[in-house]
Design a protein around this ligand. Structure first.
Ligand SMILES: Cc1cc2nc3c(=O)[nH]c(=O)nc-3n(C[C@H](O)[C@H](O)[C@H](O)COP(=O)(O)OP(=O)(O)OC[C@H]3O[C@@H](n4cnc5c(N)ncnc54)[C@H](O)[C@@H]3O)c2cc1C
Length: 346
């Protein structure tokens, strides 16, 4: 099975970014020198755009202001606007508009890649992709192997464990290292490659993952400048349950590979050969070995979320209410007008 995907536009360079949301107190724009006064009613009235040279423009919104800049940049913009953990904002000299736990509660899916070789020629290899026929097919009809994300199947073992099968027999070293920040020796140990890319190997990568991780990280500001990327501390595997779950996910993947349908394709699980784990027995039943592998090769699934947590009002971890509006501030003296609050989404 080939799961269809749509690729329209890639990444575009930005000439300007949203620097902050602009808040208004009553009918007047918020004067940041007065933001920490008690008893204020606030609403978002637009955003400030900032250019790389420091130029800025105000864009007014006639109704709500919706922030949807992703799980990393939405908290960045909110914090630059003075909406965030008060102590963190004060440390950077940002006047506090509302004290809320923005940027906390970050979580992400961590994937454990397991490489499986195949005897039958059923996978996507670089040699099969880079042919005149495939190039022609893609440019004429937008179809074929070049239009594929190589995801051949997804499955769930139980509520918390998922498996994704990437039908790539010859993973590209540069791509893998770019998306996973992998060291060259980790790449070659994981895929059993000898130094260079192998472009005709038949096989696939099984990504074993846990859907509901318990570990929580943070997104915080590195500076007051909107073009400075925020700091991301994912704190993966901080909770022992997440380690145990990924070990179990890898064992489930190993069982799937040894099942009769995969065996008919000549599937063979290649356990990673890693310097970090060389004192341990390379055995899918050995949880100590698998834990070492998880800690060495697991990669982000690029599913960050939770940095503007939705929850019950007055819960100390809540940022957004169930209507995705900024929730009740920790500073009980500040009132965000229920009709006119900014709408922020992550
Ligand atoms: C490699 C990769 C593979 C993925 N695969 C899958 C998958 O198979 N299935 C799946 O469901 N999800 C997948 N995801 C996750 C999915 O892409 C995200 O969950 C989703 O895009 C999040 O949507 P969003 O609108 O919250 O944020 P984004 O898509 O990140 O959109 C935020 C937008 O805000 C813009 N922005 C940010 N800051 C500013 C600023 N200051 N000023 C102006 N604009 C700004 C950004 O340029 C961006 O256009 C993948 C992600 C990656 C990176």
């Amino acid at each position: 099975m080939n799961i269809l995907s749509t690729f329209k536009r890639g990444f575009e360079p930005r000439s300007a970014v949203i620097g902050s949301a602009v808040y208004c107190e009553g009918d007047a724009f918020l004067d940041h020198s007065t933001t920490e006064e008690p008893g204020k009613r606030l609403k978002a009235v637009g955003v400030e755009l900032r250019g790389p040279e420091g130029e800025s423009w105000l864009v007014h919104s006639s109704r709500d202001t919706v922030l949807s800049a992703g799980a990393v940049n939405t908290p960045q913009i909110l914090m630059l606007s003075g909406v965030g953990p008060a102590a963190h904002l004060r440390r950077l000299g940002i006047p506090v508009v509302v004290d809320l736990p923005v940027g906390e509660n970050l979580h992400d899916h961590l994937n454990m890649p397991l490489y499986v070789t195949l005897e039958l020629p059923v996978s996507v290899t670089t040699d099969k992709v880079l042919t005149f026929r495939q190039l022609r097919k893609f440019f004429l009809s937008g179809e074929g192997l070049l239009a594929s994300s190589a995801v051949m199947g997804v499955g769930s073992a139980h509520r918390n464990i998922s498996l994704v099968l990437f039908g790539m027999g010859s993973p590209d070293e540069k791509v893998m290292r770019d998306i996973a920040n992998m060291k060259p020796q980790t790449f070659s140990g994981l895929f059993h490659f000898n130094g260079s890319n192998e472009t005709s190997k038949e096989g696939f990568v099984m990504l074993a993952s846990c859907l509901q991780p318990l570990s929580r990280g943070t997104v915080s500001l590195a500076s007051r400048h909107p073009f400075t990327p925020p700091m991301i501390d994912p704190r993966y595997l901080q909770q022992p349950q997440d380690v145990a779950c990924l070990v179990e996910a890898a064992q489930v993947a190993a069982r799937v590979v040894s099942s009769p349908p995969f065996q008919r394709l000549g599937a063979r699980l290649r356990l990673p050969r890693l310097e970090e784990c060389e004192d341990l027995i390379p055995d899918p039943h050995d949880s100590g070995f698998l834990e070492c592998v998880v800690r060495t090769v697991a990669i982000t699934g690029y599913h960050p979320g939770g940095t503007c947590r939705m929850g019950r009002p007055r819960d100390a971890t809540t940022v957004l209410d169930p209507q995705l509006r900024l929730g009740h501030p920790r500073d009980a003296t500040t009132v965000l007008d229920p009709q006119l609050r900014s709408v922020d989404k992550v």
